[in-house]
Design a protein around this ligand. Structure first.
Ligand code: CTP
Length: 433
């Protein structure tokens, strides 16, 4: 492609160009384990498409980790860990730079991680997912910016299509099924017909991926700018249910997502998880957790909706005190409540959730445990009980100031202490409503 050299110079940040030029010059010295050197993958695709390229991926023909150490030294960075596939990461002043060894890959079984062998650049491009991601731009000074494009990625960029490189691509690496959706939506591309047919045929191979690999792909989908459309399309292609029947994004969830999407661009991941799982039964929630094995915060949110359903009938009561609302909902993760606030039935339940999120959640007791200790309250159950009573009284508007809090403490303390001495329990909060 004519002009990629000037795109390299003009579309990448000046500091990145400097690092890439230094890398090319270093390789040309011929002593650092690299005979050829290329910018590859997403950066080249994005340059060709006139989009901003992100962290550069470099491939050398030779010994990537050795070259990475030399490059790190030259650019004032640190060469860190080397992946099982031989990719070294440099922590550089411009950010992260990946340096890989050109390699061929062989898959011993569908969805297995590949066996890799150092190889030439054509093999390295052939092992990749789609033609648009299988282009390379030389970084050697003599051939700076010359495009290596054996699989016609440039032409597919121009035609706006996602095309795989061989018929086993999705079986070898089913994560590519999910990658397809991201690229389609992000780039506004269409699936080439044979690629679409293979995706349809091979969808079930998603079942063979480990939880960790599936979860990593879902998180990448959630990190896309237009994640609503990504999930809408994933649903349309039937790839979510192929991961787990409990992973589905019905129109009601998409509507809730749209609401948040419009309100703020920085909507966090857990809010999306709450939307996506808002129609799950308890059993479905458990099976999704088993399939994805996500961290505790995801698990709490996935379980949150069915937990909310348990308390929803009680929340329907119009006359609940704020402290009663708090007691009911404070163990439900906030993202789940946020979804109920916009998508739940428009009844008392929704008003209580709204009041909790807007007001009750912020209510704080001013005196601290240390203040109470100074006023002679022993640390332990009595102090816990007093703090709880103060919170309840604050929530229900019975007290509003620090002075009123201390007054309540001095009224209640003798009673609580004498009850403690005779070992008598008193129902929590009963006095302070
Ligand atoms: N790749 C692949 N198959 C995968 C993952 C990655 O062939 N399952 C190749 C593609 O050539 C891709 C490159 O490795 O371009 C880098 O992968 P990644 O960083 O995930 O993708 P990018 O193309 O950089 O895309 P994105 O913009 O989404 O980060």
């Amino acid at each position: 492609m004519p002009g990629l050299a000037s795109l390299l110079d003009s579309r990448l940040p000046a500091e990145t160009v400097e690092v890439l030029r230094t890398a090319g010059e270093l390789a040309a010295e011929g002593e650092h384990g690299a005979s050829e050197i290329y910018l590859v993958g997403g950066s080249v695709r994005d340059l060709v498409l006139g989009r901003d390229a992100k962290d550069p991926d470099i491939v050398v023909v030779g010994n990537g980790p050795r070259f990475a150490r030399a490059l790190a030294e030259r650019i004032g960075g640190t060469a860190g860990s080397v992946s099982q596939f031989g990719t070294a990461v440099i922590d550089a002043p411009i950010g992260r730079v990946d340096v890989a060894t050109a390699r061929s890959e062989r898959y011993s079984a569908p969805a297995a991680l590949p066996d890799v062998t150092p190889s030439g650049m054509h093999d390295d491009l052939r092992r990749r997912d789609f033609s648009v991601n299988a282009m390379a731009a030389s970084l050697l000074p003599d051939s700076w910016g010359s495009l290596l494009d054996p699989y016609k990625g440039f032409s597919d960029c121009a035609r706006g299509r996602i095309r795989f490189l061989h018929d086993n691509s999705f079986q070898d690496d089913p994560t590519r099924i999910l990658r397809t959706v991201r690229y389609e939506v992000r780039l506004g591309f269409k699936l080439e017909i044979e690629t679409a047919e293979a995706l349809d045929r091979d969808r079930s191979y998603l079942d063979r991926l480990s939880s960790a690999r599936i979860l990593a792909e879902l998180r990448k989908m959630l990190a896309e700018d237009d994640r609503i459309e990504v999930f809408r399309r994933a649903e349309e292609l039937g790839v979510l249910s192929a991961i787990s029947p409990a992973l589905r994004v019905p129109e009601s969830s998409l509507k809730a997502l749209e609401h948040f999407g419009r309100r703020s661009s920085g909507v966090d991941e857990l809010l999306f998880v709450a939307c996506m799982t808002s129609s799950l039964t308890e059993q479905e929630a458990e099976s999704l957790i088993e399939r994805l094995a996500p961290d505790g915060a995801w698990q709490a949110v996935i379980r949150g909706t069915s937990k909310f359903r348990e308390i929803a009938p009680v929340l329907e009561s119009p006359g609940l005190l704020p402290s009663e609302v708090v007691e009911l909902v404070e163990r439900i993760p906030v993202p789940v409540l946020e979804v109920q606030r916009v998508a739940g039935p428009k009844t008392h339940q929704r008003q209580h959730v709204e009041a909790y999120l807007r007001r009750h959640r912020e209510v704080r007791v001013e005196v601290t445990g240390d203040d109470l200790a100074e006023s002679g309250v022993p640390r332990g159950p009595v102090m816990g009980q007093l703090l709880q009573e103060l919170k309840t009284a604050r929530l229900n508007g019975r007290i509003r100031t620090r002075e009123e809090e201390l007054e309540l403490v001095s009224r209640r303390l003798p009673m609580l202490l004498s009850r403690e001495q005779i070992g008598d329990g008193e129902p929590t909060g009963a006095v302070s409503q």
